[in-house]
Design a protein around this ligand. Structure first.
Ligand SMILES: C[S@@+](CC[C@H](N)C(=O)[O-])C[C@H]1O[C@@H](n2cnc3c(N)ncnc32)[C@H](O)[C@@H]1O
Length: 276
């Protein structure tokens, strides 16, 4: 039988889903409980029912909880080793194959892009590789970068960063691709224009990008329920081009039926390639 505590919890989850437009059913209970507990401690409430009422009344608290539920930790060239291997194992072979096939389109999707560090890092790396080959102007690059939270996407679009975002990036790249304005670093326009930022829930049945060469979904679905994740991986395999690549976060595991759709091409960096 459902206890009082459980009833209050279920009621609070419904309130969160309704008021924040954040579907709690897609995430593990443990994750939601941990995040809610942080906010309840902060405003000194120790009852789920009381917190549910507070949420309904207080728009500021809704914003604070949403921020807590969507952890935005990110960095330029986060997991530096992954980016080095990405260059040699995915990007260079992909570009060479495109040149051979006279295909001028390169399409990428960063799902859960947070403040934009990941798509901007990708755009910088592509620019470096293509410039070395003298082919930058030959390609049409499109990086679709999405996040569920509109605030972070608005910030990402601005392309303005403080120096803490660059702990894993070479200084030479910082000097080359950013303007230093009033102690913040602003990404140059020719990199910015390669990225199409938009707010979208990765779980929305509508509007997912299609025909993608390389899909990045790193550190975004960790707290999703297993079944939700597995359905998403199947969807990823559908929207990738034949032989397209899927890059996961280092701590994540590809599970479910989609495992049969991919070959793992780098176990430690979690690189997968769609079977043709
Ligand atoms: C920890 S950040 C990861 C950023 C980047 N991928 C990286 O690894 O550096 C996770 C991001 O996923 C976003 N996110 C969480 N649930 C999402 C969903 N259902 N749809 C789209 N983005 C989501 C969060 O808002 C957050 O900005």
């Amino acid at each position: 039988m459902e206890t009082d505590e459980e009833k209050k919890w279920q009621n609070l989850k419904k309130t969160i889903t309704k008021e924040l437009n954040f579907d709690t059913e897609n995430y593990t209970n443990n994750f939601i409980k941990r995040r809610v507990a942080c906010r309840m401690r902060a405003i000194k409430i120790d009852d789920y029912f009381a917190y549910s009422l507070a949420l309904q009344k207080d728009k500021e608290e809704q914003k604070k909880l949403l921020k807590e539920l969507t952890i935005h930790v990110t960095n330029f060239f986060r997991d530096r080793e992954m980016w080095n291997t990405l260059e040699t194992k995915i990007l260079i072979p992909l570009i060479d194959a495109k040149i051979d096939a006279n295909d001028k389109n390169l399409s990428f999707w960063c799902a859960g892009a947070s403040y934009g560090d990941e798509p901007y890092s990708l755009a910088i790396l592509l620019s470096e590789i293509l410039s070395k080959k003298n082919k930058l102007s030959n390609f049409h690059i499109r990086i679709t970068a999405e996040d569920i939270e509109s605030k972070v996407i608005e910030k990402a679009k601005k392309g303005e960063f403080v120096d803490t975002h660059f702990s894993e990036m070479d200084v030479s790249l910082l000097e080359k691709y950013f303007d230093n304005i009033n102690s913040s670093f602003v990404i140059k326009e020719d990199i910015k224009k390669l990225i199409y930022f938009r707010t979208r829930d990765i779980l929305s049945p509508f509007g997912a990008p299609k025909n993608i060469d390389v899909l990045f979904c790193r550190n975004t679905v960790i707290y999703f329920e297993r079944e939700i994740k597995e359905n998403l991986y199947t969807k990823f395999s559908e929207i990738l081009k034949p032989k397209g690549y899927f890059v996961m976060g280092k701590m994540e595991t590809l599970s479910g039926p989609a495992r049969d759709d991919f070959n793992c091409i780098d176990t430690s960096n979690k690189f997968f390639r769609k079977k043709s």
